[in-house]
Design a protein around this ligand. Structure first.
Ligand code: G4P
Length: 193
């Protein structure tokens, strides 16, 4: 079991509806020593890639992406969620559907901060249905930039996102992949990697 799987096992709480609460260390209160380790691990896994920017989406991705960007010595850019239809020609826009929240958001990134020379590492906390990642990939493409890889902290392997993203041929690394979790017993089953 790796350092993250150990922490999920210790402090993650399985809720009904296949929801994993990790808010004591990852996406509400954040354990900074763990964030540093996560940043180093993403750097190790994508060390051969000439990353120029780390891209994520607000809100929970931001903290994690900062630590990854620090390791690569590059800026971090986060896509903003926008409720209004933004016709501003100065931004890249993608539509993202949230399966969990049953709504749609536009996500936007200023054209100033991504361009065709960029080699992007996308980072996010969870991969569930993959809608957020598809939006970030669409924005990278709109900028003419290349997506060199995607780093995810926790992939819910029983949801469709991982398969969709791998089928696109993008190099996807998930630090922990959960194949099953049981709200009654609290048992979390990780995929052997
Ligand atoms: P997707 O992003 O992979 O398409 O999945 P989905 O639409 O299902 O996820 C919607 C939101 O719920 C995402 O955050 C995602 O990170 C989060 N999420 C999905 N499954 C879990 C889970 O088991 N536990 C927790 N804690 N979060 C989960 P978001 O709406 O973008 O919100 P935020 O980043 O502002 O927190």
């Amino acid at each position: 079991m790796n350092f993250l799987e150990e922490r999920i096992q210790k402090d993650g709480i399985v809720k009904p509806g296949n929801v994993l609460k990790v808010d004591s260390f990852l996406n509400h209160q954040m354990d900074i020593a763990l964030m540093e380790e996560i940043g180093r691990e993403f750097h190790r896994r994508f060390a051969d890639k000439p990353i120029t920017k780390v891209l994520t989406i607000e809100a929970s991705g931001i903290g994690i992406a900062c630590f990854a960007a620090r390791e690569f010595g590059v800026p971090m850019v986060f896509a903003k969620k926008s409720h209004s239809i933004n016709l501003d020609s100065e931004v890249y826009i993608a539509e993202v559907e949230s399966f969990t929240h049953k709504n749609k958001n536009n996500i936007i990134v200023s054209r100033k901060f991504l361009n065709a020379d960029d080699r992007i590492l996308i980072i996010d906390d969870f991969l569930a249905n993959g809608c957020a990642l598809q939006g970030l990939i669409a924005i990278s493409k709109a900028a003419g930039a290349s997506v060199e890889g995607i780093g995810i902290v926790i992939e819910k392997g029983f949801q469709v996102g991982g398969q969709i993203i791998r089928n696109l041929g993008v190099h996807l690394e998930s630090l922990a992949i959960i194949d099953a979790m049981d709200a009654e017993t609290g048992v979390i089953t990780f995929r052997e990697q």
